[in-house]
Design a protein around this ligand. Sequence first.
Ligand SMILES: NC(=O)c1ccc[n+]([C@@H]2O[C@H](COP(=O)([O-])OP(=O)(O)OC[C@H]3O[C@@H](n4cnc5c(N)ncnc54)[C@H](OP(=O)(O)O)[C@@H]3O)[C@@H](O)[C@H]2O)c1
Length: 323
Amino acid sequence: MKSVQIEKFGDPEVLRVKNIEIKKPESNEVLIKNLSIGLNFIDVYHRTGLYPIPLPSGIGLEACGVIEEIGSSVKLFKVGDRVSHASMPIGAYSEKQIMPEDKLVSVPDGISDEVVSCITLKGITAEYLLHRAYQVKKGDKILYHAAAGGLGQILCSWANALGAEVIGTVGSKAKEEIAKKNGCHHVVNYSEKNFVDEVEKIVGKNGIDVVYDGVGIKTFKGSIKTLKIRGMMIAFGNASGYVDKIDVKKDINEKGLFFTRPSIAHYTLTREELVESAKRVFEAILSQKFKIEISKRYSLNEVAQAHKDLEQRLLTGPAVIIP
Ligand SMILES: NC(=O)c1ccc[n+]([C@@H]2O[C@H](COP(=O)([O-])OP(=O)(O)OC[C@H]3O[C@@H](n4cnc5c(N)ncnc54)[C@H](OP(=O)(O)O)[C@@H]3O)[C@@H](O)[C@H]2O)c1
């Protein structure tokens, strides 16, 4: 079967489509035929080695597929079930994949394979960021960076549906309209304007309840400046570089802020957490709390281009790989 593999960390050219033999599932595993695969910024961190993985390796963490074969002790699923997943073992950029049954979730009818492959990793992330890392309440003023991006499309609309006042930043003029469509009440183009000043004009000085910052090094200090006293700083990504140092005195103590640097793994620690979170996501899309507009579709042979587009900030919403 065709599978994208990397043998060394590096630029998108290290992504190679190989013909590999797929093993039989172990007793607790299933063999899945992938129908649609999610493209995520974390795949870039794995490819570059920012998040090191043992090499050689497959790549990709999010897919929707159908079960073709099950191991002898599998109880939760049967052949023919449609499932999705958003976690290790890595290797979703493949025609087929072996996964342990406890990492899979059942997918309800009424949501297409492509959409499922955009809302398992990104949807569960939006769910834990909005409901558990911080609980967004009606009237909260939230700031989300890269509001026209893949996760931005889901999180901003969902936050809007929860009654928050949503401010989204974007990196280009063309993305301003997209962020509005994604549910942002206010959009700031941070390539043209200082976002701290712009946010202050909208909500006043120290006016933000929670910042969702997946951009990282470029926005971190500014994000802190927008927060209210006892506000919540959620640093959850590194699109522009990793924030590995914070100055507790200046960054946190000055306003008594809360700070967290979570990952999806921390919020899907048990099977119950995973299933409950996915259920919330599927219910939210079925009740139109958010919608998915797929920005681009790639084949497995085009994944190097997909990574270039993602890193060059050309994508405006979730993208998928169709094997
Ligand atoms: N911690 C977790 O559990 C978790 C889970 C999922 C995703 N994430 C993080 O969430 C963020 C969004 O993920 P995504 O997959 O939906 O990606 P995305 O938002 O579609 O793409 C990243 C966006 O970041 C912005 N950006 C700003 N500076 C950039 C730079 N120097 N290089 C590249 N992009 C830059 C770009 O938007 P503009 O052009 O508008 O600036 C770009 O479109 C990522 O940081 C990802 O790692 C974290």
